[in-house]
Design a protein around this ligand. Structure first.
Ligand code: KG4
Ligand code: ZN
Length: 376
């Protein structure tokens, strides 16, 4: 069963062809990072316009790389929400029009469900071709951690004769900023560039993660909820009115003189040891919190598997700390490849495959939802 996946919920226009929910025939992502970087964040109206310009090309490229014609597609899966409404609508309207004109079935997919399937799809494939002996056994606790989301779910699969269905139980979520958003805002404050996560990840290896003690993030109520705005403000207080602020302004001025992207090495040369220590300490505080709450949620849910996905799952310290914690607690922890950690359409096609195989169909009323909770 060949599924064409389409994703346009934020700032990546993406299309992919996936066979049987596990074999990626193509995975095309057109990033809008150059459009948004000068604003230090995604500008919704510009994102919608970029999706409109790119969607036809990206879908065409996905079919070409998969070496199939449009008519060979068995079904379509399109991101329904959550996301920027104008951006979502571009993919949805395009997908609906294609499905109608081809007479092929269509389903809407929750973006968070897509991120979870990024891990499952690759794990299933790796086992099928024998590159891993380990299986991500469900039920699991899954952390979806990106620029828009920081949420924990319990996920389980139910196998029927001819189909598999998935159930998601929300365990906790961020009450303010998403973890990736905190990385992006701290990077913006320090004039380190956009998106902030990859830059802070690289610069942190040159700083001392214990230089600044931010303490543990405290939460009242649900211990599996997150909050990163206090930490972001703590960073702001350490910068405002100090040499670090003047240094950030000098960096901002320098960046304006450089055309194109700057390398991590160039950036590092424009950062004092105190700035490097600050970003390394900030990253450590975020990672310690994400790992601790996820491990506690997994133990509380009585599962032996943790799945971690979303853009922040690319973070090298997060991967290392999760692996250490999982070993210490005899749990299995699974990440997607870096390519499938950030937004892509292969994960949407994989999640959509199970829905289509179970007979789910969306029609004309399918529309976008800026806020779109997953599970119950
Ligand atoms: O999943 P994604 O592509 O889009 C959303 O659904 O938000 O995630 C993008 C986010 C950005 O906030 C970016 O700064 C963060 O993921 N990110 C990282 C890293 N790579 C991307 N954060 C920390 N460390 C990284 N290496
Ligand atoms: Zn995402």
């Amino acid at each position: 069963m060949l599924i064409l996946g389409i994703e346009s919920s934020c700032d990546e226009t993406a299309a992919a062809v996936v066979a049987d929910g596990e074999r990626i025939l193509s995975n095309v992502v057109a990033s809008q990072v150059l459009t948004h970087e000068k604003y230090g964040g995604v500008v919704p109206e510009l994102a919608s316009r970029e999706h409109l310009r790119k969607i036809n090309l990206v879908v065409g490229e996905a079919l070409a790389r998969a070496q199939i014609r449009l008519e060979a597609v068995d079904g379509l899966a399109v991101t329904e929400g959550p996301g920027l409404i104008g951006s979502l609508l571009v993919g949805l309207v395009y997908g609906k029009a294609l499905a109608l004109s081809l007479g092929k079935p269509l389903v809407g997919v929750n973006h968070l469900e897509g991120h979870i399937h990024a891990v499952l799809l690759e794990n299933k494939r790796a086992r099928a071709v024998g590159t891993t002996a380990e299986e991500a056994k469900l039920p699991a606790v899954t952390l979806v951690v990106s620029g828009g989301h920081t949420s924990l779910f319990r996920v389980e699969a139910e196998d029927h004769d001819d189909r598999t269905t998935f159930r998601y139980q929300p365990l906790g979520r961020t009450r303010d900023d998403a973890a990736g958003e905190a990385f992006d805002k701290v990077a913006k404050l320090l004039a380190l560039g956009y998106p902030g996560g990859p830059v802070i990840d690289q610069l942190s290896s040159f700083g001392d993660p214990k230089a600044v003690d931010f303490g543990r993030i405290k939460m009242k109520g649900n211990p599996f909820d997150f909050s990163f705005s206090g930490l972001k403000t703590a960073v702001l207080y350490r910068v405002r009115g100090t040499n670090l602020a003047a240094e950030a302004e000098a960096r901002r001025a320098w960046r304006k003189t450089v055309s194109g992207r700057v390398t991590a090495e160039e950036l590092r040369a424009h950062c004092s040891p105190a700035t490097l220590d600050l970003v390394a300490s900030f990253q450590r505080a975020v990672v310690v919190d994400l790992v601790a709450r996820s491990m506690a949620a997994a133990e509380n849910a009585g599962v032996a598997t943790i799945l971690v996905s979303g853009g922040v799952a690319c973070n090298s310290l997060l991967r290392a700390r999760f692996n250490e914690a999982a070993r210490a607690h005899a749990m299995g922890v699974f990440f997607p490849s870096l390519e499938l950690s950030t937004d892509n359409a292969a994960m949407i096609a994989a999640a959509g495959y199970y829905k289509l195989a179970a007979g789910e169909r969306a029609g004309i009323p399918l529309t976008g939802h800026a806020s779109f909770p997953l599970g119950s």
